[in-house]
Design a binder for this molecule. Structure first.
Ligand SMILES: Nc1ncnc2c1ncn2[C@@H]1O[C@H](COP(=O)(O)OP(=O)(O)O)[C@@H](O)[C@H]1O
Ligand SMILES: [Mg+2]
Length: 273
């Protein structure tokens, strides 16, 4: 089985950011993350924890949702991204795959993939990138002439990821790839993420509520609760942590309590405070 090792080089650094929506709603309350180049980093936490907001703050998509980073900074390859819009970031190599599979329903799968390509690319480059995507996602090759709106949920998720890969990204921000998919499909998609990471060296920051799956594929992870990082570590450390096991692994949502409800829980020192 292929497995990449993340490098020691940091590609993305989120330093103590605060995010406010509509000038009033404080959603992120000082989030810090370090994303190693060439790794798969999981951003975990329940519904409403702030995972999507964190990804949008990085990709620049926050601005179109009346959200604003009001404190802290985000550095991509050491460069502050504050004044960058999503298109600038795509050119720098960062692309977000939005939660809920955003495909153009009326376009075919192949047309969807082509929209991910730079307009300046030559036909030969585009053909080569399509071939690369189809090699990772044989299902998309089979469905390439189908209207995306009529493909299955899994195929639409593949299409959204494939579309992002068409821009030859260095870093993909992948939001809840498992959402609404059957377990077997979730595994398939994560296997492909692992392969793209290992073969192409693409860095992934992936937001997931499905802690169990994410920690099997990620190298490192962070757990968010109510807009704060409450725990971080290597995937193995997180998997073996009794609190993570109790609250996030193999438990029904009904039984899930908060880390912060537990008296014995001590906040870990952050990698970057
Ligand atoms: N556009 C928005 N305007 C106002 N509040 C928002 C907006 N988007 C998300 N929120 C709120 O921010 C919090 C975090 O949401 P989100 O980042 O989507 O969490 P997650 O992805 O972890 O489920 C939630 O309480 C949500 O209601
Ligand atoms: Mg979300």
């Amino acid at each position: 089985m292929l497995d990449a090792a993340p490098t020691r080089e940091t590609v993305l650094e989120v330093n103590n950011i605060e995010v406010i929506y509509n000038h009033v709603i404080l959603v992120l309350k000082g989030v810090s993350l370090t994303v190693p180049k060439g790794g798969i980093t999981a951003l975990l936490g329940g519904n409403g924890a702030g995972k999507s907001t964190t990804l949008k703050a990085i990709s620049g998509l926050l601005k179109s949702e009346r959200g604003e980073v009001t404190k802290g900074q985000i550095l991509y390859r050491g460069e502050n991204t504050a004044d960058k819009d999503p298109a600038d970031l795509v050119r720098r190599g960062v692309i977000q795959v939005m939660e809920g599979r955003h495909c153009f329903e009326h376009l075919t799968v192949e047309e969807n993939l082509l929209t991910g390509s730079y307009t300046g690319n030559s036909r030969a480059q585009v053909a080569e990138d399509l071939e690369m995507v189809y090699n990772y996602f044989p299902r998309l090759r089979e469905r390439r002439k189908s209207q995306a709106g009529y493909t299955s949920g899994g195929e639409q998720q593949m299409c959204a990821i494939g579309r992002a890969l068409m821009s030859r990204p260095e870093t993909v921000l992948l939001d809840e790839p498992s959402m609404g998919l059957a377990p077997q499909l979730v595994e398939q998609i994560f296997e492909i993420v692992r392969e793209v990471n290992a073969r192409e060296g693409v860095t992934f920051l992936l937001a997931e509520q499905n802690t169990n799956v994410a920690l099997r594929y990620a190298h490192t992870g962070y757990i968010l609760e109510s807009g704060r990082v409450v725990m971080e570590g290597t995937a193995q450390e997180l998997r073996e942590n009794p609190d993570v096991a109790e609250f996030y692994l193999g438990m029904s949502d009904k039984g899930r309590r908060s880390f912060r409800d537990v008296r014995s829980y001590r906040r870990r020192k952050r990698w970057l405070a």
